[in-house]
Each structure stands twice: as structure tokens, then as C-alpha cells.
Design a protein around this ligand. Structure first.
Ligand code: DX5
Ligand code: ZN
Length: 210
């Protein structure tokens, strides 16, 4: 299992030390919020650039912003390795996928809890990952929504036909119990914020998810 600690729950007054606490994971999940697509504001490319200097981890950047086409390039230039945008925010997803491909990054599409898998089936062959939101995007520390499990299961079936290399990522309310449910349905990557960072022993939490 790939574990991607979400820095949304890190100590933003001391980000460098916070990410050191989770340095053994391959991925680091970076939540970008614009106060428009979601009712919260987090970070921009400057922080990604800052992080890039202190870690070689894959910066898995989750854009919860209304205009990903306008800002995606800035995040790539700042050092993001993977860019996930929300299908609910774009008129022409293929246009943005092509822009990201030209920038040589891995591409993901995220779906909110109310968005159906059927809406992105045609795009599965064109992308590297689907990020299934298991909470309403915007805040850490929310309760896992079981409705995500059916979506993971159906993506697990769909990828056999459309894209065997597709990664299924789950984000929101992940802990040891919900992580296991996701794994059983076919998830490959667990994003976890509060479970990992709101602990004196983040390494143990990461190990339990792995
Ligand atoms: C929510 C973010 C998540 C968040 C998860 O909008 O996309 O990445 O940090 O936090 P937890 O793991 O606390 O639910
Ligand atoms: Zn996220």
C-alpha cells in the first residue's frame, strides 16, 4: 500500500520538521484550496517550492481549486510530481490532461462524494490515478463516508478494461479501519492527514496503513 501523508494536518509553523516526521513515505500529499471550490484556503505554489527543497518524496498535489487550467503549470514548475484536479471544475478535462502531459507530470482526476464514477469512465485511459474523495473536500479530520467503497470497487473493475496501470487513491477519514476497507475494495494509495500527523508516533500510524 502506498501511504501519502497529507500535509494539511502538519504544523504549518514548522513544516520542515513536520515533513521530517513522515520522511519514510514515498509520497507526500499536498492539498491546495482556493476558498472558492472549497470553503477553505490552504497553500499555493510557493509552499510547494519550499517543500521541494527539503524532500525527494513524490509531491502528490491535489488541486481543490476552481480554475486548475490556470494554475496547474505553476505547481509543476514549483516541483509537483503528480497533479490531480477535480472533474467538477473543468469544462474540457482532455485539454487540461494534455497540458499536464506536456509538462511531464502524472495526472489524476478526483471525484467528490456526490460525483459518480460514470462521469469519468471515458477519461480513465488518459490518466494515471483517480482520487476518490471519502469526505466533502475542504477540511481534514472528517468522518469517512462508506459510499466511497462502492466507487473504489467499480473503479477496480473498470480499470481492467480501460487502464490496468490506473492507481486508485482514497482521500478523507482514513485510519487503520477505513484504510483496510479501502484496500479490500482495490485501493492502491491511502491519503491520511489527521491519522498520521495528530499522533506522537506518526511512523507507527504509517506502518499500520502500509
Ligand atoms: C480534504 C483533503 C484531505 C485531508 C484528509 O479536503 O483533500 O487530503 O487532508 O484529512 P484526513 O485524513 O484528516 O481526513
Ligand atoms: Zn487531498
Amino acid at each position: 500500500m502506498i501511504v501519502a501523508p497529507s500535509i494539511l494536518s502538519a504544523d504549518f509553523g514548522n513544516l520542515k520538521d513536520s515533513i521530517k516526521r513522515v520522511e519514510e513515505t514515498k509520497w507526500l500529499h499536498v492539498d491546495v484550496m482556493d476558498g472558492h471550490f472549497v470553503p477553505n484556503i490552504s497553500i499555493g505554489p510557493l509552499v510547494v517550492k519550499g517543500l521541494r527543497q527539503y524532500t525527494k518524496q513524490i509531491l502528490d498535489t491535489h488541486l481543490m481549486i476552481s480554475d486548475p487550467l490556470k494554475y496547474a503549470k505553476e505547481f509543476v514548475l514549483a516541483g509537483s510530481d503528480r497533479i490531480t484536479f477535480h472533474i467538477e471544475t473543468v469544462k474540457d478535462p482532455i485539454e487540461l490532461i494534455n497540458v499536464l502531459r506536456d509538462l511531464n507530470v502524472e495526472v489524476g482526476i478526483s471525484i467528490k462524494p456526490q460525483t459518480k464514477v460514470a462521469e469519468i469512465v471515458d477519461l480513465l485511459p488518459l490518466i494515471d490515478q483517480v482520487l476518490v474523495m471519502s469526505v466533502e473536500p475542504g477540511f481534514g479530520g472528517q468522518k469517512f463516508m462508506d459510499s466511497a467503497l462502492d466507487k473504489i470497487a467499480s473503479l477496480n473493475e473498470l480499470r481492467k478494461i480501460h487502464n490496468p496501470n490506473l492507481l486508485i487513491v482514497v482521500d478523507g477519514g482514513i485510519n487503520e479501519t477505513t484504510g483496510k476497507l479501502c484496500k479490500d475494495m482495490g485501493a492502491d494509495v491511502l491519503v491520511a492527514g489527521s491519522y498520521v500527523f495528530n499522533s506522537d508516533e506518526p511512523k507507527k500510524r504509517i506502518a499500520s496503513l502500509k
